[in-house]
Design a protein around this ligand. Structure first.
Ligand SMILES: Nc1ncnc2c1ncn2[C@@H]1O[C@H](COP(=O)(O)OP(=O)(O)OP(=O)(O)O)[C@@H](O)[C@H]1O
Length: 319
């Protein structure tokens, strides 16, 4: 799992003069003097040293230092059926198409993300990482396109996460070791502002909100914006809003046009994506057969729209 190199650890510790080498040695369970010798050029850190050091150094911010921290996006809306799962799958694949490495995480006990990617009844899933402090089980769907799956079992974690105040940090902690391995992590959140959505936002760089053009869309947004502010004020001061994307938009319905301009007007000042995701039956079909839209029908408007959305996201995060 580890990605750190000897040189990176060396550079990091050289810069962070205040970190005690013997203290880090102890925390990582390394033989006495390992880090001091490595810093003095008397030895090279082995693979097992680097593996043991990674979780320790992540706590001290090595991923920020190396600037190899994934952009973590929580795909959110308090409502079901708006297009969160569809967005997670196809935005993710659109990012892969642009050379980015992507991890998708199924944070919804409906397990729709996993099923829509052909993963049913996963033995190893997010649940164990949240409840037993084991590493997140990562499935390789394709090159640079990976998944942490879930199913109904995930709901068993809820009681445990709300039991203690630190429960909301559990997900962030198990995600931390993976942050150096991906460009983007996309978290498919449940249709509710519950402990899972909360935990996802605590661990995220930003929320990506999926909105349908409907009269109640704005009302729900105020609750979500309040929650985001709450989390910014407490656990995650860096949390931002990546953008709001309008989804399942009908080109023909005049009502949709009117509702969209009303939503944009009511939420003036919020960052809307230029791209709108049009209604496209191929998107529903592709999910049904367990494929992303680019594999299923690359010429569809669904593929065009999700690639445009991915391009907007990439443009926001220049390498
Ligand atoms: N742009 C679109 N055009 C046509 N169908 C779509 C579009 N986006 C999503 N759908 C379909 O609408 C249904 C709901 O979408 P999706 O599962 O992505 O919503 P969701 O917000 O994740 O729902 P939940 O919160 O319940 O998991 C699915 O059958 C999906 O295939």
């Amino acid at each position: 799992m580890y990605m750190l190199t000897h040189e990176e650890v060396y550079k990091f510790l050289k810069r962070k003069q205040t970190l005690s080498h013997s203290g880090l040695n102890k925390e990582a369970g390394l033989p006495t003097g390992t880090l001091t010798k490595a810093m003095n050029g008397q030895r090279t850190l082995t693979e097992s040293h680097l593996k043991a050091l990674e979780p320790v150094l992540l706590q001290y911010g090595i991923e920020d230092f190396l600037n190899r921290r994934a952009t973590v996006l929580a795909i959110v809306n308090h409502k079901g059926g708006v297009g969160k799962t569809t967005t997670t799958i196809n935005l993710g694949k659109g990012l892969v198409n642009r050379g980015q490495s992507v991890l998708l995480i199924d944070m919804d006990s409906q397990g729709n993300l996993s099923q829509s990617l052909g993963v049913h009844n996963p033995q190893q899933q997010l649940l164990q990482a949240l409840t037993q402090s084991v590493p997140m089980p990562v499935l390789r769907l394709k090159e640079n396109y990976h998944l942490v799956p879930s199913d109904l079992e995930l709901s068993r974690a809820e009681a445990e996460l709300i039991k203690t105040p630190s429960g909301v940090l559990r997900f962030r902690n198990v995600l931390a070791p993976l942050l150096t391995q991906y460009d983007y992590v996309l978290i498919d959140c449940p249709p509710s502002l519950n402990i899972f959505t909360y935990s996802a936002l605590v661990a995220s760089t930003a929320a990506l909100v999926v909105l349908e053009p409907e009269a109640s869309a704005v009302k729900g947004m105020y609750n979500l914006l309040e929650l985001i502010q709450d989390i910014k004020d407490s656990f995650n001061p860096r949390l931002g809003i990546e953008g709001i994307v309008m989804a399942q938009v009908s080109q023909q319905l005049v009502l949709h046009r009117e509702l969209m301009s009303q939503v944009r007007n009511d939420l003036k000042g919020q960052p809307f994506f230029k791209t709108e995701i049009r209604q496209n039956i191929a998107l529903a079909e592709s999910q049904y057969v367990g494929q992303d839209i680019f594999d299923y029908k690359p010429s569809s408007t669904g593929a065009v729209d999700y690639q445009a959305l991915a391009d907007e996201v990439v443009a926001k995060h220049p390498a």
